[in-house]
Structures are given as structure tokens and as C-alpha cells.
Design a protein around this ligand. Structure first.
Ligand SMILES: [Fe+2]
Length: 531
């Protein structure tokens, strides 16, 4: 058989027990809480009142809410799935119950006196990987020794599944509230762990032609899916943009918070979210526009729109080192990103802390504090990054909320002038429970929930950051922009539309800021596809 390429318009959807895989579904403690407190109640609610869900799904004001998309699902299928989940995830459900019991125990008996006697009263399931403690105000708490939890069957690779299917449009049902229960003739479903090495070989075949037949055995393609699977290959080579000439610098914007930064011989990719290649009115970079090797992938924080396994699994083979922020060590709300990435098959994971440094050939990457956007929860796995190399000084602030401008004065004193700032802007943000609700062990009032948002910087906060960093800005609007290389000492607010990202956020509109300090420092940079 002729050697062929894996097509650029075939998507990979990673599923865990039929739900779109996002970080809290990989970490076993947060997964358990999500099964018991989100997946099961949501499906029970749907089975009970399908019409309520259907009408909510039809209402755009409810987008992103906890409503099962009826267009995807019938109640009988949902009922069967629900029963199966209750059996298959029994251990996870018991774990989540045990977490609640431990919380109740601590509320009742941790009165400021020694906690030693409570270890024997701890739920059996939590013994051996749970530590209980007080903070300095005598409030009790607990943490998990996470690597030991990954050793148990709470982390169950058998629940992982890969869906391969052609894709030709941006729209997909909102993935966080609807499991993928229906299958189609056009897709191939593989019940394999995300860590399966043959997946890397499959995505290498996007650039290097190979014999597609070899994957039938390597990936265990079911007999009735073989013809469909073989149709995912083509003799047409990929048509990406030209690689950057050696020694030059360039920044390319791939959508949402994803940036490709090429500085001399080093390549850095930030928060990878990459669209597939198919005809669309909105021009965009895609997989063939990536270089063969990515030296560093920088992950800014543990939100589902910044850690997209769908993209990451497809580029795993290209990544030299994946840099993740260090977590606080075992709290439920702040699972380890290092352990999570290891579990799904990534190697060379580097945990970085605030002001931790990675040496580059001609510069460095430094982790910087990232305040806010996490509903005032004690979460440490979040970092902004400063990339300094080849005469460029780039600040990647992701969704940092400028809660305290003095922080940026201190940062500027440390890192010096910044040429280019990337800042995701979100004035409002979802309430705490939208993301962290399944992890809560005590109820929160509606008003407190609404006051604690996943909000990034608004205009005033972004402007203050710009001023402190010594930039000026002007504004331009549009979906595709050029970096302001002809606007010396001006910075530019970029507004872009990323409808293909509705799969992860339900949001069709996001804001980003590219702020450039000096004309000379922005030369050679491009943002958005070049025509
Ligand atoms: Fe975020």
C-alpha cells in the first residue's frame, strides 16, 4: 500500500467515561468529586426532566450551564449510561462520599486539640494517603499524598477513550455538560489509554507519510471501523506555512491563549489550543503551521481552556519539555499538573515556581506570580511567564487579574522593561461553582458564589498593568490583526473571535491584548495567519 498522511481535518476527542476529558477528570480525586457531584446528578436531572434541559439548551442565555444537550441524547440511553456509571465508578463515588465524611468529622471533632486520634476515625478509603492538619487560625483541613492515589484504581485508564472523526465546522455541543453517548458512522472509537505510544506515531504521520495499515494492529482498530479509519489518510502532503529562517524571531497567535514564539533556534508554545485545518471564513493557523519540534510548552494554569488534551495529545511527540506551575501539594482544589501530565503519557515535565528560571540559549524563561481568576481559592498551580531572548522581552500574563498593581511594580523592578504583553481579558467571569462546585464540601450562599468569580483583568486593570510596565496603547478591532510594527511606542488592544473554541468554554468571544513597547522589538512578529 502507498504511504499516506494522516489528514489534518480529522479531530481527536479524548473522553473519560464518555465525558470530554478536561484536567479535573484526569486527576483521580477531582474526578471522583465530579462523578458524584456533577455527572450523576446532571444525568439524573436529565432523565427526570428532559424537556427542562431541552428548553435550556435552546436558550442562548443558558449557554455553558448544567444542561444536557437533547440533540445528542435520548433518555433511555442516558438511563442506561447512568446505571453503568454508578456501577463502573463505584469506587470514585465512595471516595467522594469519604471526602464528605472526613469534612464532617473535622467540623465536629477538630476543636483545636491534637488531631492524632482522628486518623483512626478517618474513612477507611482515605487512610494511607491523607494528612489532616490545622492552619494557624486552628481551622482544620486535609491534603492528599497524590502519587499514592494515582496508584489506586481511582485512576482508571479503562475509562479513557479516543474518538477520531472528520471535522468540517467550528460548532460542537458544549462538552462540559453533555457526555458523548451517541456514536456515528463517520467516527472511530478506540478504548485505549491516552498514554498509548501509537497515538504519537499516528500524529507523526500527519507530516511523515506511512503505511496506514500498520495502525490497525497498533491501535486495535475494530473490524467494523477499519474502512472508516483508512479513509482518514490522504496522499496529499500538508500545506503549512514556511518555517522561520534561522536566527529570526516571530510570534504567531493560534487562538485563545495559544502563542507560538520562535526566538532564534528555540521554539515555545503557550497554552496549546489548535484548530483543525478546514475551510473557514476565519483564517487561522493550524497543526501544519507548527515546527517539527517544540522546545518548551508553557502551561499557565489548570483551567480547561488552557489545558486542552485534545490538542496536547496530538502534539505530544513534538514537545521537548512541558513546563507546568507547581501546585500547593495535594489539596482537592489544586491537583498536581505534573502527576496529571505524567499519567496521560507526557515525559520531561518541569514544575516551575514563582521566579523559577529556565535557561535558554540566549536568554531565559522565568515563572511570575499570577493573581486572581480562581475565585479566591487557595490554588498555586498558576503562573505567568517572562520570556527574554534574542533581544525580546515578552510577558505572558494569561488570565492574570491585576488585583494589586504594586505587584507589577515589583515585577518590573525585577525583570526590567517588557516589549510585548499578552493578557487574556475577562471582565466578569463565571462564578466559583461553575468550575469548582463539584469539589465543595460545604454549601456556599448564592450571593457569595456570585461574588467569587473566575474573572481576569478588566479594562482598568489591564490599563494599569500596561502603564506600570511602561507601555502605551491604542486600540484596533478585528478578528485578524498584525502586530503593530509600524506603531512605535504604541501598544494595541487586539480583539479576536474564536468560535472554534466553543467546545471548551461555550464562549464565542474572548479578548486578548498584544501590547508592544518599541517598534524595533516587534519587528518580524506576526499575529494571525498571513495571507
Ligand atoms: Fe483561566
Amino acid at each position: 500500500m502507498n504511504k499516506k498522511y494522516f489528514r489534518m481535518d480529522v479531530m481527536l476527542e479524548p473522553l473519560i467515561n464518555k465525558w470530554y476529558a478536561w484536567p479535573h477528570l484526569v486527576s483521580p480525586s477531582t474526578y471522583s468529586m465530579n462523578v458524584k457531584n456533577h455527572h450523576i446528578p446532571l444525568m439524573e436531572s436529565f432523565v427526570e426532566s428532559p424537556e427542562l434541559h431541552a428548553s435550556a439548551v435552546r436558550n442562548p442565555a443558558m449557554a455553558g450551564g448544567p444542561f444536557v444537550d437533547m440533540r445528542q441524547l435520548d433518555t433511555e440511553l442516558a438511563r442506561t449510561y447512568l446505571d453503568k456509571t454508578k456501577k463502573q465508578c463505584q469506587e470514585q463515588i465512595q471516595f467522594a462520599q469519604a471526602v464528605q465524611e472526613l469534612t464532617n468529622l473535622l467540623k465536629l471533632k477538630a476543636d483545636g486539640s491534637s488531631l492524632e486520634a482522628l486518623y483512626s476515625e478517618m474513612p477507611e478509603l482515605l487512610k494511607g494517603y491523607t494528612e489532616i492538619f490545622y492552619d494557624l487560625n486552628n481551622n482544620p483541613g486535609f491534603r492528599f499524598i497524590e502519587p499514592l492515589i494515582y496508584d489506586t484504581s481511582l485512576y482508571n485508564e479503562c475509562l479513557q477513550e479516543i474518538v477520531l472523526a472528520p471535522i468540517s465546522q467550528d460548532e460542537r455541543p458544549f462538552v462540559l455538560s453533555t457526555p458523548r453517548l451517541l456514536t456515528s458512522q463517520q467516527e472511530v472509537r478506540l478504548t485505549i489509554p491516552f498514554s498509548t505510544p501509537a497515538l504519537d506515531a499516528l500524529f507523526v504521520a500527519r507530516e511523515e507519510p506511512t503505511n496506514p495499515e500498520k495502525f490497525i494492529e497498533l491501535l486495535g482498530i475494530p473490524n467494523d471501523s477499519r474502512e472508516t479509519f483508512l479513509s482518514f489518510f490522504t496522499e496529499t502532503p500538508p500545506n503549512g506555512t514556511q518555517p522561520l529562517p534561522a536566527g529570526e524571531a516571530r510570534i504567531r497567535y493560534f487562538g485563545h491563549a495559544c502563542l507560538l514564539i520562535e526566538l532564534g533556534s528555540e521554539v515555545i508554545l503557550v497554552d496549546p489550543v489548535i484548530s483543525y485545518q478546514y475551510y473557514n471564513a476565519i483564517e487561522r493557523y493550524s497543526f501544519p503551521d507548527l515546527p517539527k519540534k517544540i522546545d518548551y510548552v508553557l502551561i499557565t494554569h489548570n483551567h480547561q481552556d488552557h489545558i486542552l488534551f485534545e490538542t496536547l495529545l496530538q502534539i505530544r511527540h513534538k514537545i521537548g519539555t512541558i513546563v507546568v506551575p507547581k501546585n500547593s501539594g495535594g489539596t482537592l482544589q489544586d491537583p498536581s499538573l505534573k502527576l496529571m501530565f505524567e499519567a496521560v503519557g507526557f515525559s520531561n515535565i518541569l514544575e516551575l515556581d514563582e521566579f523559577g528560571r529556565i535557561a535558554l540559549e540566549n536568554g531565559e524563561i522565568v515563572g511570575l506570580p499570577f493573581l486572581g481568576e480562581h475565585a479566591d481559592l487557595s490554588i498555586r498551580s498558576k503562573l505567568a511567564f517572562h520570556v527574554k531572548s534574542c533581544g525580546k522581552s515578552i510577558l505572558l500574563a494569561a488570565d492574570s487579574c491585576n488585583l494589586e498593581p504594586k505587584l507589577y511594580e515589583r515585577i518590573r523592578n525585577r525583570i526590567g522593561p517588557v516589549d510585548t504583553l499578552f493578557l487574556g481579558m475577562e471582565c466578569d467571569g463565571a462564578p466559583l461553582t461553575w468550575l469548582y462546585g463539584p469539589l465543595l464540601t460545604s454549601p456556599i450562599t448564592r450571593s457569595n458564589d456570585r461574588s467569587r468569580r473566575l474573572a481576569g483583568s478588566n479594562y482598568e486593570q489591564g490599563k494599569s498593568m500596561v502603564d506600570i510596565l511602561g507601555m502605551q496603547w491604542d486600540r484596533s478591532r478585528g478578528s485578524i490583526m498584525s502586530c503593530p510594527s509600524n506603531t512605535p511606542k504604541k501598544a494595541t488592544l487586539l480583539r479576536h473571535q474564536t468560535p472554534y473554541f466553543t467546545i471548551a468554554t461555550s464562549l464565542v468571544f474572548t479578548l486578548s491584548v498584544c501590547l508592544s513597547r518599541e517598534k524595533s522589538n516587534c519587528n518580524g512578529s506576526t499575529i494571525g495567519p498571513q495571507s
